[in-house]
Design a protein around this ligand. Sequence first.
Ligand code: NAP
Length: 248
Amino acid sequence: MITGASAGIGAATAVALAAHGFDLLLGARRLDALEALAEDIRAHSPIKVAVSQLDVTDPASVSDFASEVEVADVLVNNAGLALGRDRIESLDEGDVRTMWETNVEGLIRVTRAFLPGMRGRATGHIVNVGSIAGFETYAGGGGYTASKHAVRAITRTLRIELLGTPIRVTEVSPGLVETEFSIVRFAGDRDRASQVYEGIDPLTAEDVADAIAWAVTRPPHVNIDEIVLKPVAQANSTAIARDGAPLK
Ligand code: NAP
């Protein structure tokens, strides 16, 4: 089960897990993109791929999604977004709400939908896609960093609450990954989005998918708690060596 599989890290994770032989249920709001991805995967792999329109902010949509499958071995809570780069004093409340409803409430809602089945079958792995924004803060990132700090708190809470069960919980937290993420963040402004990755070799969605696939293919007694991965040219959210230039 992968949420936010219509693009970026979620789509790459679908391809990576298919290569490991996992059957897939893919969810996102853009059904056409999911269907195109599923067709592509089916052309290269014998696994089963189902797609379902999913809006993690909508409880009915999440329960429809969860009802598509009886068995959930791995849940990748990947759906998420950042909106804007405004400082707290000028944050748009609607943007903050959407980030919170998607990144935090959505992740909890989807997890709640699949956890009882995992408990019942005494197996399962929940992978939450966090961010270095769950470890750090930066000016103009208040809404997003708050939501990703919450994702990290939820992941760590689940590790405690699921102790004594075989269910594994992992957080994968990337730095700069070139996907549609910045285009969404800057409301479709592609020039502004491309500046985020200017002068560096950013992570690709495949790099992050590779980390997720590695975490979920460890032996059952191994829990990978956290993976933090960044481009070599990035030390933290704001310390970025563009064009190889040393930081001043
Ligand atoms: P992306 O290319 O924009 O993909 C985001 C995915 O989330 C899309 O498939 C989108 O699909 C889905 N999504 C958004 N809102 C949704 C909703 N309400 N319900 C269901 N799906 C929803 O960005 P990405 O970089 O792959 O982001 C994936 C995750 O990585 C996010 O959690 C993000 O915070 C995290 N992350 C990204 C970066 C980065 O630099 N790119 C760094 C750290 C962490 P639809 O629009 O079709 O619904």
